[in-house]
Design a binder for this molecule. Structure first.
Ligand SMILES: *Cc1c(COP(=O)(O)O)cnc(C)c1O
Length: 816
């Protein structure tokens, strides 16, 4: 189904005069990086926190996009043949268009909201019902003000059921989502404390969420939320006998749970392959929905037994033979495919690109048309090698592929794996993307390097979230330098830097020249400031276009001599002023002469002038901080007498960004906050970026009198179950955590370290952990156990823990 430009104008901008009224529109685009099919795309220039959406119009026009929804009409002559829909609010226009689209269909639509579990309940309902219904649903967790309209836009004639989740972070947002989704059945999962910032109370939050359910035939929820929906028709589940669905019994086994329910006169037993209470709750929601829809749960027992965890993160990791693997063995449809390709392009690994792809599970589109789009996307992202798996793709993709693409096809995953040779893959970035039933996780598994199983998992979405939180605190025009020294505080090099580069960060800061060189080699193009350069690295600075900090007269003299010797001039540098940290920098007494000298010689160009605060996080030191700021102000004033061109001034680190808005000057330097570690409490809600996880290698039952680890430090005084975890001080897990000082998180419980931490292993006491088994995951720090807590146990600071994780620990990155 497509709309003509003139139909769209009638819906969102009635008085528009169009250059091409008949132009067809099939795809809506809000993120210019995800452009796939320029010809039929309508771009909505949405404003981000710091950049106007219209900034992307020119680039998209050059790529062939001809339809734009914008706030201000551009110079039409520069965009021949393009349609501009001028509206006061492009986001609202997107929502209006989606609402109009929704109104073209009469079908049952399940609207899901609540604080947690929305995506899982939606995906599980999809897993349960996909055989009998043609379902339209949000891709991944596209449940926001932008994600919901894009999701609803996918509704097409052949769908028989819609399942859409809605998530909000501000009051007022649910009303809009309601109008777009127009659910006929509501599901309320639960009320936690997520996203509570904008809301006065639980009651206010519930009331806002309940707006999704206006006009639904029934709200399906658990008994404890009954009171939140007093005016509605409810369909509840719970222990009490007056619920529609009565929970008789829940038995948690080792890796599964048995749920016994009654509905009307019938008793059902449902088994799910998860033992935790969260999964039980989500499954009970699904049971209630099925019963409400008049299904017989006995017909679904196989499918309940096969429910799989919803892990919709794009995982990427270093694989065999220098390959980088992006694993998305979850779905194959054009929307998620283009997201995955964009993600692959964003990695800038500099490697050739390979895609392993299954049949597309997208109905309602002419199949040949679909594979033409697939081929177009492969060409656009310069994919050199394609491996297609499945009957349909083998039939339809070969004819559509661009000349020169190397391609091979297999009827099934098994067939492919029989022919799989690790030696056929070298130094390439491989996207593994398949519909669920092709079980591509088996393929991804073959690419894994078999290494020591401790990983540092880096959540790039959390990082983007954190950047946005800080950006929202800045005045428009205030720049941001992201500190990525020490391998991005232990989190990774180029992977992190490319995310920063994509999210409006202006500068990167590193400690040493080598770190900057590594980033350049990985294709990072942002300006990079090097805090601690020395004469031996001048060649590398110039070769890799890095910008040193000049902090002493000797360094200045030597760098000027070098630049002059190279026949260069105006090399960009940063001046550091000493104001009280007493680390590096020019004293305020010497700064005027330094500035004058630099200007007179013209060999260097002062990009920025900065200083570093010694105690910005500490209210007890605020007087000292003010003194530092005053000294910095004096230095700036003196420099401005000599330097005729403008330069950027900066002093605020993460804590100062929050505690001292007056110190943002022209730029801030964000460090630890980027990685989701709060050093002061304040107006940002950060998400932890890094999770250090390991696994249990062995379990042992020990008796009183036995001991654990070197020097017999871990004495056992009661019958204990001891687990050996694959992490030790060589990985960065300090010996300071020995003998109960540190704890780890296993299956929902905190358990102490027993005995001394060894080089590669650590023992913990898991006696109290139900159902623990060998191979179980252990969290050293992350969401469940903040790195701040670990630092406190070890008598240190999060910075030291994070940067101390050794390079042998594999970094695994993911993005939703
Ligand atoms: C590391 C560093 C920062 C960042 O500090 P955080 O406390 O991590 O925000 C800022 N400026 C300089 C000069 C640094 O060395």
């Amino acid at each position: 189904m497509f709309y003509s430009a003139s139909t769209i104008a009638a819906i969102i901008a009635p008085h528009t005069r169009l250059t091409q009224p008949d132009a067809p529109v099939r795809y809506l685009l809000t993120d210019s990086r995800h452009l796939l099919q320029a010809a039929d795309t309508l771009f909505f220039a949405l404003d981000g926190p710091r950049r106007s959406g219209s900034a992307y119009v020119t680039a998209l026009y050059e790529q062939g996009v001809r339809n734009f929804v914008v706030r201000d009409a551009p110079d039409k002559d520069a965009f021949a043949g393009a349609n501009f829909f001028v509206v006061s609010d492009p986001l609202q226009a997107l929502q209006q268009l989606a609402q109009h689209h929704r109104e073209q269909f009469f079908l049952p639509v399940i609207g899901i909201t609540g604080s947690n579990g929305k995506t899982i309940v939606k995906e599980w309902l999809y897993q349960l019902l996909q055989e009998e219904e043609k379902i339209c649903r949000n891709p991944r967790s596209y449940n926001s003000q932008v994600g919901v309209p894009l999701s609803v836009w996918q509704l097409a004639e052949e769908h028989s059921l819609g399942i859409f989740e809605a998530g909000i972070s501000q009051p007022g947002e649910m009303r809009r989502l309601h109008d777009i989704i127009q659910p006929t059945i509501g599901v309320f999962t639960n009320l936690g404390d997520a996203h509570s910032a904008g809301f006065a109370s639980d009651a206010a939050k519930a009331k806002e969420k309940a707006q999704l359910f206006e006009g639904v035939a029934a709200i399906i929820t658990q008994e404890k939320y009954q009171h939140l929906f007093t005016d509605a028709t409810l369909f509840t589940w719970g222990r009490r006998e007056d619920n529609e669905v009565v929970v008789k019994e829940i038995q948690a086994g080792h890796n599964s749970s048995k749920l016994v329910l009654s509905f009307g006169a019938k008793i059902y037993t449902v088994t799910i392959p998860f033992a935790d209470t969260v999964a039980q709750e989500n499954a009970l929601h699904c049971c209630a929905v099925l019963l409400y829809l008049g299904k017989d749960l006995n017909d679904f027992s196989d499918r309940f037994a096969q429910l799989h965890a919803v892990d919709m993160r794009l995982q990427f990791f270093d694989g065999i033979n220098g390959c980088t693997i992006i694993n998305d063995s979850y779905s194959a449809d054009i929307t998620s495919f283009s997201l995955a390709l964009a993600f692959m392009a964003q990695q800038q690994t500099g490697q050739a690109r390979t895609v392993i792809l299954s049949d597309f599970m997208e109905s309602g589109r002419e199949a040949s048309d679909l594979y033409r789009n697939v081929a177009g996307a492969l060409a656009k992202y310069k994919v050199q090698k394609v491996i297609g798996i499945g009957a349909q793709i083998s039939d339809l993709l070969p004819g559509a592929l661009a000349a020169g693409t190397s391609a091979s096809f297999f009827p099934s995953t098994d067939e492919f794996l029989q022919h799989f040779r690790t030696s056929s893959f070298h130094n390439e970035t491989i996207l593994v993307k398949g519909a669920r039933r092709f079980q591509f996780e088996r393929i991804a598994h073959h690419f894994e390097q078999k290494v020591h199983q401790t990983v540092l998992q880096i959540n790039l979405n959390a990082m983007v979230h954190n950047i946005r939180q800080y950006q929202a605190l800045l005045q428009p025009g205030t720049r941001m330098m992201a500190m990525v020294k020490a391998f991005s505080y232990g989190s990774g090099g180029a992977e992190i830097a490319s995310v920063l580069q994509q999210n409006n960060v202006d500068y990167l800061g590193v400690a040493y020249v080598d770190e900057g060189v590594d980033l350049r080699r990985e294709g990072i193009s942002l300006p990079i400031m090097v805090i601690n350069a020395d004469a031996s690295s001048f060649d590398a600075i110039v070769d890799h276009n890095l910008q040193p900090v000049i902090y002493s007269p000797e360094l200045l003299e030597r760098f000027e001599a070098y630049i002059s010797g190279q026949g260069l001039s105006s090399w960009p540098v940063h001046l550091e002023v000493e104001t009280g940290m007493n680390r590096l920098g020019f004293s305020v007494n010497s700064i005027a002469a330094i500035g004058q000298r630099i200007v007179e010689k013209g060999l260097l160009k002062i990009e920025t002038v900065f200083s570093h605060l010694a105690a910005s996080e500490d209210p007890a030191q605020d007087a000292f901080t003010s003194q530092q700021v005053q000294t910095f102000g004096q230095a700036i004033a003196l420099l401005q007498q000599h330097i005729t061109y403008p330069f950027i001034r900066h002093i605020a680190n993460s804590a100062a960004i929050i505690r001292h808005p007056a110190l943002h000057y022209d730029m801030v330097r964000l460090g630890i906050g980027l990685y989701g570690v709060e050093t002061v409490s304040g107006s940002v809600e950060l998400q932890p970026v890094a999770t250090l996880r390991s696994t249990i290698a062995q379990l042992k039952q020990l008796q009183p009198g036995e001991t654990v680890s070197y020097n017999r430090r871990g004495a056992i005084d009661h019958p204990s179950l001891i687990a050996t975890v694959r992490i030790g001080y060589a990985d960065g897990y300090s010996r300071r955590f020995s003998n109960g000082a540190g704890k780890m998180w296993v299956r929902g419980r905190l358990v102490p370290v027993v005995g001394t931490v060894c080089m590669d292993m650590t023992m913990i006491d898991v006696t109290t952990v139900p159902g623990v088994s060998e191979g179980d995951e252990v969290i050293i720090f992350g969401q469940e156990l903040p790195v701040q807590q670990l630092a406190q146990w070890g008598g240190t600071i999060p910075y030291e823990i994070m940067t101390g994780i050794s390079q042998r620990v594999k970094r695994v990155y993911y993005q939703e």
